[in-house]
Design a protein around this ligand. Structure first.
Ligand code: V07
Length: 260
C-alpha cells in the first residue's frame, strides 16, 4: 500500500489538473438544474487577434452551441444566456445591427440540431425595438420547439433586470386594481410568478466569463441564492472543460440558503 515510502497520503488524488475534467468527473445526481451565463469578452477576444469586434461575437455563437450540447448531455434543465442587454444599445450602430442579426444566424444554422436534441428555445426581454425579422425568426423557433421536453434554452435578449422587475410590479398592480390579487397575498412566490422566468426555478449557478465580477443588471431577483463562478476565460474561448470545472466546483460547495 505504501510502496513509495512511509509518508501517509490519500490513496485517491483529490484534484486533477484543471484541463482534464471530463463528463465522468461530474456527479450526475447533483448537476445544477438551471445554469445562467453572462457571456462576456467577445470584443476583447477579437481585439487580441486584431480582428473586428463582430468576429468575436460570431465566434461566441459557436461557444453557445458547444455549451448547449454539453448541458443537454448533462441533463441540465435550463440554460439562460445573456445575449443582449438593454445597455448594449450604446455600442456603435454597426455592431448593434450585427449582434441583432445573430439570433437569425444561430437559428438558421443550428435550429434543426436543437430540435434533434429535444431542446426548447425561449426568449425573455423587450421585443419592441428589435428588428422585425429577428422577432419573427425567434418566435418561429419558440413555436417549433414549444413541445420539446429536453433542455430549456432561454436567451435574455434586449433584457434588463430592473425593467423586468418594473414590468412585474406593473402587472401585479393591475391585478390588485382589478381585484384578481389581494395586497396581503403578495409573497416572494407571487412576485416570482410575475417575472419573465415564472416557469423556471431560480438559477443554481451563474457563470460570468472574461474577468468582470458584476451582475450588470442580469436576473437580480432570481440570483438571490445562486452560486457565482467567475473566470478570466473570454467567452469565445469557453470550452466544455470550463463548464465542467464550474459544475464540479459547484458540486463541492455546500449550499445552505442562509441556514447551517
Ligand atoms: C449572440 C453570440 C454569443 C456571445 C454573446 C453575444 C453575441 C445566440 C443568440 C440567440 C438569441 C436568441 C435566439 C437564438 C440565438 C444570440 C444575440 C447575440 C443578440 F432565439 N448568440 N447570440 N443573440 N451572440
Amino acid at each position: 500500500m505504501f510502496e513509495r515510502g512511509s509518508f501517509w497520503r490519500p490513496s485517491k488524488r483529490r484534484r486533477k489538473p484543471k484541463e482534464s475534467w471530463t463528463v465522468e468527473d461530474v456527479d450526475l445526481q447533483k448537476v445544477p438544474k438551471h445554469v445562467a451565463i453572462i457571456m462576456d469578452g467577445n470584443g476583447r477576444w477579437a481585439k487580441k487577434r486584431g480582428l473586428p469586434r463582430i468576429a468575436g461575437h460570431h465566434e461566441g455563437m459557436k461557444a453557445v452551441r458547444r455549451i448547449v450540447r454539453l448541458c443537454s448531455q448533462l441533463n441540465v434543465e435550463a440554460l439562460t444566456l445573456y445575449a443582449f442587454s438593454t445597455e448594449n444599445w450604446k455600442r456603435p450602430k454597426a455592431e448593434v445591427e450585427y449582434i441583432l442579426g445573430l439570433p437569425e444566424e444561430f437559428l438558421g444554422t443550428f435550429l434543426p440540431e436543437l430540435i434533434e436534441e429535444n431542446v426548447r428555445v425561449e426568449v425573455m426581454g423587450e421585443q419592441n425595438k428589435l428588428p422585425a425579422s429577428t422577432v419573427n425568426t425567434v418566435r418561429r423557433a419558440m413555436k417549433d420547439t414549444e413541445s420539446n421536453t429536453g433542455l430549456i434554452l432561454n436567451f435574455a435578449l434586449n433584457y434588463g433586470s430592473r425593467q423586468e422587475i418594473i414590468e412585474a410590479c406593473k402587472s401585479l398592480a393591475e391585478d390588485i386594481e382589478n381585484e384578481t390579487i389581494d395586497k396581503k397575498d403578495i409573497t416572494e412566490e407571487l412576485l416570482s410568478s410575475y417575472m419573465a422566468t415564472c416557469y423556471l426555478d431560480d438559477p443554481d449557478l451563474l457563470i460570468r466569463t472574461s474577468g468582470e465580477q458584476r451582475l450588470s443588471n442580469f436576473m437580480l431577483w432570481q440570483l438571490a441564492y445562486t452560486e457565482l463562478w467567475f473566470t478570466d476565460v473570454l467567452w469565445p474561448d469557453f470550452q466544455e472543460e470550463h463548464l465542467l470545472e464550474a459544475i464540479i466546483q459547484f458540486q463541492g460547495r455546500g449550499r445552505r440558503f442562509g441556514g447551517v
